[in-house]
Structure formats: C-alpha cells, structure tokens
Write a protein that binds this ligand. Structure first.
Ligand SMILES: [Zn+2]
Length: 315
C-alpha cells in the first residue's frame, strides 16, 4: 500500500486585533517565510478576510506544495467547526462580525484544507511543541498583552472547556466590584483587569505625572529603580501570585510560561511573584507540591504562528 508522504511545511496565520501574521512553517516548527502587517480591522470583516487571502496567496505562490493551513485567531471561536463566534476584538465602526465560517471561506479561496484554533491555545501548543514547555505534561501559558490569554496542557493534551470553548481563565474574578479594575468583558476585578500589560499601565499611571506612559516606559523606569515604578511592579507581582495560586489549584501545571508583549518585563516581577506564590501554596507543597516553575517564552512573539502550524500538521 502506498503511504501518504508526510507534509514538510504548512501555511499558518496569527490573527489578532491589531496585527496579522502569515507564515510558512516546517515540520520542526521553524518559520521559513513570514509576512506581518497591521490588520485592517477598521475596514470591516470582508476587508480583513480579503487581507488574509492576499497574504496566503502571496506565500502559496512561493510554496505551492503546501496542502494545509492553520489559523490561530482571537476568539471566541469553535475550533472543530472552524467558525469565529463574533470575536470581541474584531468589532469596528463597521460593526461586529457575528458568526464567520472562516475555514470554509479561506479553503475556497486558497484551495487548501484550513483549520482554526484559539490563539492562546495555539501559543500553548507551540510552547509545548518546541518552546519553554517542551517535555512537560502539565503546563500553562499566560499571554500578557492587551488582554490576559490563558492556555493549558493537561496530561499532555490541550485542555478545552465545554461546548468547544476555550478556558478563559483571564476572567476569573480576583476582586469583585473593584471599581479601579474595569475589564473588557464588562465585569470588574477580573485577573485580566490587573495583569494584562494594558491593565498594568492603566493602574500604574496615577503614580506618575505623565498620563501617557506605556508599559515599556514604566519597565524602563523600574530598571532604573524609580521607586514609583518599582512599587507598581510589586503590586503586580502580588496580584499575579493570587491569580497563579488560583490557576495552580485548578489546573496544577508543572510550569507556567509568560508570553506576549508584556512578558518582556518578566524580569521585573517573576522573582517577587515566585516568593508570593510560594507563601500562598505553602501548605499545598507538603503532599503534592503544586508550586509551578515560572518561565518566560523562548518563541518571542511567534508562538501564535508556530501553534497555527502545529494544528495544520496534527489535527
Ligand atoms: Zn473579564
């Protein structure tokens, strides 16, 4: 019997609310070719879908043997049906997206098989495949950017929530009714409302005279030992430890990997977070030690793209 030749490379997308990347990735997770551009969210759904097609066609013209395509996208979405479920971050002045059969649409235009995955799940799969969580059967990632994305590998497999949904642990409420912590989901006091890079900056800014500081500026000040910036990171490490305690008792990861743009500031909070977390988990370290290793992504901002490729190779 003739065996089907294994695929050597696939096309992958990482679709977010601000940027879209398309890339060609080989079976070892190496990115061979990549285009990264601002996503045309303001022009509406059809424009963005056309943008995806254009990027894909450019790459497929150079790599015509590719058969499979993986899309890592902001959610919510149904990965099995290949449908976007009115993604929160894609709404614009042109309106919301509603349900979009994105894999069907792209499959028709690109003439390839197309798969869909939540971007945080894709990042988790990438870290488990070739990144910081390689070799761990139980792992978690936190993507620290405009939001707080989470992904979990449990017993070697990606963990899903019910109804094909993704476990949105960034919206576990830490302080109910905390007016100082409004979350994009409409509630107050979610983990995301303290721990995303954007939330960190929003909470830290009142300590300074300059209302325009971005997370990077505050990190720079903290590295110069500015006491206001150091205090902001201390508060952040305190809250991060509370969130990680909750994740540890629910998911018991052996390793937690920080990724996303704000993970660049990990050196400013990781040690203090570890100390705080060790205290919160002290009693739980006697039987089964729930204290996870805290690590930083080794995939830069490529985890979504690599994870999309993982799905195209393996689903
Ligand atoms: Zn929330």
């Amino acid at each position: 019997m003739k065996q089907k030749a294994p695929q050597t490379k696939v096309l992958s997308y990482d679709l977010g609310g601000t940027k879209v990347a398309a890339g060609v990735v080989n079976s070892r997770g190496k990115i061979l070719d990549e285009i990264r551009v601002p996503v045309e969210i303001e022009k509406g759904k059809t424009a963005v879908l056309n943008q995806l097609c254009d990027l894909g066609q450019q790459l497929l013209a150079k790599h015509p043997t590719i058969k499979s395509v993986g899309i890592a996208s902001a959610g919510p979405l149904d990965p099995y049906k290949g449908v976007l479920l009115d993604p929160t971050n894609f709404a614009s002045s042109k309106g919301t997206w509603g349900k979009v059969e994105i894999t069907k649409i792209l499959a028709k235009k690109l003439k390839r098989t197309v798969y869909l995955e939540n971007d945080a799940a894709a990042a988790m799969l990438a870290e488990h495949w070739i990144g910081a969580a390689k070799g761990y059967d139980n792992a978690m990632i936190l993507t620290l950017g405009t939001g707080l994305g989470t992904g979990v590998i449990s017993d070697g497999k990606l963990l899903r929530a019910g109804r094909h949904l993704h476990p949105e642990a960034g919206h576990l409420i830490i302080h109910n009714d905390d007016q100082s912590a409004p979350c994009g989901c409409g509630n107050l006091g979610c983990a995301e409302a303290y721990l995303s890079g954007r939330s960190f900056a929003r909470r830290a800014r009142p300590r300074f005279a300059n209302p325009n500081l971005v997370p990077k500026d505050i990190a720079e000040l903290a590295r110069k030992r500015d006491p206001r910036a150091v205090a902001a990171f201390d508060e952040y490490a305190h809250l991060m430890a509370i969130a990680l305690h909750n994740y540890a008792v629910i998911y018991s990861p052996e390793i937690v990997v920080f990724t996303g743009s704000f993970a660049e500031a990990s050196d400013l909070f990781i040690d203090e977070t570890q100390k705080n977390l060790e205290k919160l988990l002290a009693r739980r370290r006697v039987g089964v030690d729930l204290m996870p290793k805290l690590a930083v992504s080794t995939l830069d901002n490529k985890a979504g793209l690599v994870g999309g490729a993982y799905v195209a190779f393996n689903r």
